[in-house]
Ligand binder design. Structure first.
Ligand code: ADE
Length: 247
């Protein structure tokens, strides 16, 4: 998976590709992160990437030429690529969208800065993506979020093929509670079933806790979740007994 980034701050990306899961994936060649400066695609002496908005108003607007030249230069080398614009006006980033992007093989991610893009830039993008309903000062952090979430889905990046699947959101449910040693901490004990060695019971408990947690914290996810008949019965029983706080 190749990520080509067009940004005013290429240094933003150099430390990410040295650490953790993404760092190991880059070191082993499973992913590639190349950050290019948008200023490389300017032609004036001041290497200008922004300008005043037509019609007046506050703030600066990202110029169309450097962005489009950058996209075209990157598209002209390497394999086919999909272009992503980071913008708070975009489609909300999610696990299914991360999966869709992971299937593309190569992404060119344009990091917005200033008050916004010259509208004509949008003609050159396949995706406009927002990472949440808040405004950041640039698209570098959203790009890093996407690189991380997408890289985890590239085959071979996570040690166990199962671990990406059981993560929160993969089946549309939140992950079950996890514990590690010690068995007791300040009077709080690890649930007995996890110490029982009975794997079938452990699986059942985890599934129920996953549903309980989703019901409690993100009931909106339940509508779309991958829920079997047995799970539905548990959900109904839980609601009858007084909600997700009950056993
Ligand atoms: N640029 C500024 N805010 C953003 C957001 N929430 N998502 C993506 N890009 C952005």
């Amino acid at each position: 998976m190749v990520f080509d980034i067009l940004t005013l701050f290429p240094e933003f990306f150099s430390s990410t590709v040295r650490h953790g899961v993404v760092g190991r994936a880059a070191a082993s060649g499973l992913i590639e992160v190349n950050a290019r400066s948008l200023r490389d695609y300017t032609e004036d002496r001041h290497r200008t990437t922004d300008d005043y908005p037509y019609g007046g108003g506050h703030g600066m607007v990202m110029k169309v030429e450097p962005v489009v030249k950058g996209i075209e230069a990157l598209k002209g080398s390497g394999g086919p690529a999909n272009v992503v614009l980071t913008t708070p006006q975009g489609r909300l980033f999610s696990q299914p969208l991360a999966e869709e992007l992971a299937s593309k093989g190569r992404l060119i991610i344009v990091c917005g800065r200033y008050e916004g893009y010259d509208e004509r830039i949008r003609e050159f993008a396949d995706y406009e993506i927002s990472i949440g309903d808040y405004v950041l000062s640039g698209g570098e952090i959203p790009a890093l979020v996407m690189i991380d979430a997408v890289s985890r889905l590239v085959p071979g990046v996570l040690g166990e093929p199962e671990s990406a699947k059981s993560d929160s959101f993969s089946r549309g449910l939140l992950e079950y509670p996890q514990y590690t040693r010690p068995e007791e901490f300040r009077g709080m004990r690890v649930p007995e079933v996890l110490l029982s060695g009975n794997h079938a019971e452990i699986e059942k408990w985890r599934r129920k806790e996953s549903i309980r947690r989703t019901c409690l914290r993100r009931p909106d996810l339940l509508e779309k979740a991958d829920i079997a008949n047995g799970d539905r019965a548990f959900l109904e029983e839980m609601i009858k007994k007084g909600g997700p706080g009950s056993s």
